[in-house]
Design a protein around this ligand. Structure first.
Ligand code: BEZ
Ligand code: FE
Length: 284
């Protein structure tokens, strides 16, 4: 077979794995080859551009280690992660929507009683978040777990700082499906830009910011777990999230209050914020 720039080259490559045993693998690889060839034809890629792409992908791999996953960041910033999320988590109306997982989750957070302070002394303005976990018919789910993580008030996750542990914890809903915890108000923050993805964002003329949010994995026996965020209404980056993770249903008001009695019934000596959110889970 003589190589050409036309369809015959694409067909020749496709023919090489038409007998591959796994039908799904065949389908995925066929689509990949067709789209890759279409992309190269569409852009009339130069050899210099082809090599720049090879260098970029090499640098992306070299940036990965047990803490940093630059390929996932690439997927996030190109909207691929949210597309995969949308395809795999089609929820009925009324169910809490999913969004990106992100790289800053740690398994094994401590289980804490209602109204615990998860901030562990980190920087930021006090914030009390409470709400309920319900089923899609509005019935409370007692004993649901909320695994929470977020930045401090300076926009850092604890895992980005040496030997730090803050702003994460596991809460359990009470008999009426209620939860509550004290934390700090999350702020918008840049995703890591010290790698090839940061360079790519710069070349695209894009900023690296995510709007302020609290991450939550909400789960309960007999229900589908949901990996999601609660976003802060009014954040300037809600319309331009670097990873396309915002969904309107996940945005809620954070209200400022002067010093006084906080939602946990205790006095708070400085001004604070409050937010409420209801999570709705779908039966398994
Ligand atoms: C995050 O929200 O933690 C996050 C998500 C995607 C990329 C980087 C950070
Ligand atoms: Fe985050």
């Amino acid at each position: 077979m003589t190589a050409s720039t036309g369809q015959s080259l694409t067909d020749a490559v496709l023919a090489t794995f038409r007998d591959a045993g796994d039908a799904r693998f065949r389908q995925i690889m066929s689509s990949l080859v067709r789209h890759l060839h279409g992309f190269v034809r569409d852009t009339e890629l130069t050899e210099a551009e082809w090599f720049a792409a090879i260098r970029f992908l090499t640098a992306t791999g070299q940036k990965c280690d047990d803490k940093r996953q630059e390929y996932i960041l690439l997927s996030d910033t190109l909207g691929v992660s949210m597309l995969v999320d949308a395809i795999n988590h089609r929820k009925p109306g009324g169910a809490t929507e999913t969004t990106v997982f992100g790289p800053f989750y740690l398994p094994g957070s401590a289980s804490l009683p209602m109204w615990s302070d998860i901030a562990n002394g980190c920087a930021g303005e006090p914030c009390y978040i409470n709400g309920r976990v319900l089923d899609v018919n509005g019935r409370p789910i007692p004993g649901a777990t909320l695994d929470i993580w977020q930045t401090d008030g300076d926009g850092w996750y604890d895992v980005q700082k040496p030997d730090a542990a803050f702003a994460r914890g596991k809460l359990t809903t009470d008999g009426e499906g209620r939860f509550g915890f004290r934390t700090v108000k999350p702020v918008s923050y840049p995703i890591p830009t010290d790698g090839p993805v940061g360079e790519m964002l710069g070349a695209m003329g894009r900023h690296p910011y995510r709007p302020a949010h609290v991450h939550a994995i909400v789960s309960a026996p007999g229900y589908q777990a949901v990996t999601t965020h609660v976003f802060v209404a009014g954040d300037p980056y809600l319309g331009s999230d670097a990873v396309f993770g915002v969904k309107d249903s996940l945005v809620t008001a954070f209200t400022a209050h002067p010093a006084g009695t906080a939602p946990d019934g205790k006095p708070c000596a400085v001004s604070f914020h409050t937010a409420q959110y209801e999570f709705r889970l779908v039966k398994e």
